[in-house]
Design a protein around this ligand. Structure first.
Ligand code: BJW
Ligand code: ZN
Length: 254
């Protein structure tokens, strides 16, 4: 594994920082074995988003869309949070406020122990009836010839934000607020192309907050970020945690 060196300016920011935001995307879960969306091995390279991730696709063929999410739910159930998720959760012990704003639906941040997690695109473990809105969260649906129906007869859909749908208002407005008010925002493992989620790091930047990007490749955000760290989040984040521990130790000794 590569040893990352962090810039002096970034280390100074870390020393004085009290409020940290981690804005995450599919890349942080890639090392857990969950495929990303874009890029050579991405989901959208094999499937067409408009045929699976839209309300009209669901109404046209509920069983097809339901089965696809069931397949992805099975993958999520077989995976575990990776060192990147765990490092973020542990960093809560070293700052006054650590908030995770995630575009991921895989629930891995919570499973790793992060306490404040805003989910901008929903959660694959949650479902609701499109007619009466009754919730069907954390239920293992059995396979059947049709997609599951609510007791009212309505179709049950995954609680995922599909293209053309609004993001959950409470999660998005809380994320905007925390991004505008943090000391450092880390944008990790996201191509930062899907809006309005991709506004979150830009809000931090527009409010003159320090923005650090961790990714395998450059994105549209890279030229606006204060630091770009090229690497796997599962390698970089544990080293960041180690650095923070050392800085806090030095503080105690001085
Ligand atoms: C690593 C790594 C490792 C790998 N370590 N790094 C034009 C302009 C602006 C907006 C639009 C527009 N045209 C259309 C829109 C709107 C649309 C949108 O943004 N489209 C863009 C794609 C152009 N947005 C919407 O529709 C949103 N709603 C909306 O706008 O509502 C308002 C409205 C409503 C009604 C009428 C009019 C307006 C909703 C967006 C919902 C997105 N949902 C999805 C799928 C959910 C379904 C599912 O999960 O099945 O959410 S799309 C998909 O992309 C998923 C993700 O959360 C999201 C972001 O992807 P992410 O996380 O960035 O993943 P990747 O794969 O793109 O990137 C992975 C990155 O990781 C890469 O950079 C790798 O290098 C890196 N990486 N391994 C570190 N180990
Ligand atoms: Zn119902």
């Amino acid at each position: 594994m590569q040893n990352y060196s962090f810039s002096g300016k970034f280390i100074d920011k870390l020393k004085s920082a009290r409020k940290i935001v981690f804005f995450t995307g599919a890349g942080i879960s890639a090392e857990s074995g969950i495929p990303t969306f874009r890029g050579t091995n991405g989901i959208w390279n094999k499937m067409k988003p408009e045929e699976l991730a839209s309300f009209s696709a669901f109404i046209k063929n509920p069983k097809l869309v339901w089965d696809w999410y069931q397949y992805r739910r099975d993958i999520v159930h077989k995976t575990q949070p990776n060192p990147g998720h765990f490092a973020i959760a542990e960093l809560e012990n070293y700052f006054n406020q650590v908030t995770v704003v995630t575009q991921n639906v895989d629930n891995l941040h919570r499973r790793a122990g992060s306490k404040t997690v805003y989910e901008l695109h929903g959660n694959i473990e949650k479902n609701y009836c499109i007619d009466c809105r009754k919730r069907y969260d954390f239920i293992n649906f059995q396979d059947s010839p049709s997609s599951p129906k609510c007791e009212c007869g309505g179709l049950i859909r995954p609680d995922i934000v599909w293209f053309g749908e609004m993001l959950p208002d409470d999660q998005y407005s809380a994320s905007e607020k925390t991004a505008a008010d943090c000391d450092i925002l880390f944008s990790i493992g996201t191509s930062a192309v899907v809006f309005p989620a991709a506004y979150i790091p830009l809000i931090a930047k527009n409010n003159r907050k320090y923005v650090v990007e961790i990714n395998l490749e450059h994105t549209d955000l890279s030229y606006k970020a204060d630091e770009f760290i090229s690497g796997k989040s599962g390698d970089v984040l544990p080293q960041l945690l180690q650095l923070v521990k050392e800085l806090k130790n030095q503080n105690v000794q001085n």
